[in-house]
Design a protein. Structure first.
Length: 319
């Protein structure tokens, strides 16, 4: 089936519902009856995460949404990076050998190169592709604006604001920068561009609450990890999440251990989006497609973040 079919299939229901004046998205934020394929850091199983190559491939592979994790540079520019430091996914050690800082975690000390220590101009000198494979040499760290320009009209955008509290301590306002950027691009309202819906995610409840206070009307999704306090994963916890978010996004381990949480979330009016599905770690499942199929159609979650958007199962297993 062609890629244009999937793009049209995603866009048309959204546009139709919006034109009819009905609630745009349901439950929480997704078109009813459609399972959603979110490219985690782009098609990051096949190309270096958060690069143009990874985002373009995600679109080619039929992703409904592309996920950028967002950090901030010293001069306040949003950039697409998962880590708060540059050394894992760029050649910063080579280009700026004297600018590492010592960080101690537990008993281990190591040098790190925080994103917030560098201006955008400095970060743009880095190679963000060679670590993944020589064929990706020359890929650059992307700004959020460059990501929007690459994806707009072809898929939705699912930004995660990383460590907003840590950036606030440095005088950098990541949530406000995100809203300003979305506004500048005319993407700050649900339905503003039916071909490019936007959903914002965060592990920080307070940051989502703040986005609402800043006037954000876009769907918000609360990420819950394995270390989060257990009382979120309860009927009452889901109702508390519903006060500041439209959806909940637990790790797949949480749903494996507590499958009834999907029902609790639905009862509270939340959608359920699981992370993260990757061909390199499929647990007891034979492959990543089988694993996604299980959670989407047997556990009935709405959406998944995956490094392998090409393996997303659009249908339940045929009888
Ligand atoms: O945002 C969903 C998932 O990406 C959360 O994990 O660490 O990959 O951002 P992480
Ligand atoms: Ca993420």
């Amino acid at each position: 089936m062609s890629l244009s079919f999937f793009r049209t299939a995603l866009a048309l229901p959204l546009a139709t519902i919006a034109l009819a004046g009905l609630p745009l998205l349901t439950p929480g934020q997704y078109p009813r009856g459609r399972k959603i394929n979110i490219a985690h850091r782009g098609a990051s199983a096949y190309a270096p995460e958060h690069t143009l190559a990874a985002y373009r491939l995600a679109i080619e592979q039929g992703a409904d949404y592309v996920e950028p994790d967002l950090q901030m540079t010293k001069d306040g520019v949003l950039v697409c990076l998962h880590d708060a430091t540059l050394e894992r996914t760029t050649n910063v050690r080579t280009v700026y050998p004297d600018r590492g800082r010592m960080e101690t975690i537990g008993r281990e000390a190591r040098s790190v190169w925080p994103v917030a220590d560098f201006t955008l101009e400095e970060i743009k000198r880095l190679d963000a592709g060679s670590w993944f494979g020589p064929q990706f040499a020359g890929e650059r760290v992307l700004t959020f604006q460059e990501m929007i320009d690459a994806v707009r009209g072809q898929a939705g955008i699912y930004p995660e604001i990383k460590h907003p509290a840590r950036y606030a301590a440095l005088g950098l306002d990541l949530p406000r920068a995100l809203l300003d950027s979305l506004k500048k691009n005319g993407l700050d309202r649900p339905g503003a561009d039916p071909r490019t819906p936007v959903i914002i995610q965060s592990f920080e409840a307070d940051s989502l609450r703040r986005l609402r206070r800043l006037g954000c009307r876009l769907p918000l999704v609360f990420l819950v990890d394995d270390e989060a306090p257990g009382d979120w994963i309860s009927p009452a916890g889901m109702r508390r999440i519903r006060r500041f978010a439209d959806g909940v996004s637990p790790s797949k381990r949480i749903v494996a251990q507590t499958p009834e949480m999907v029902r609790w979330a639905r009862a509270a009016g939340l959608s359920v989006t699981l992370y993260t599905f990757k061909s390199s770690a499929t647990g007891d499942f034979p492959d990543v497609e089988a694993e996604m199929r299980h959670f989407l159609y047997e556990r009935d979650v709405d959406a998944v973040f995956t490094n392998n958007p090409d393996r997303f199962p659009r249908q339940p297993r045929p009888e």
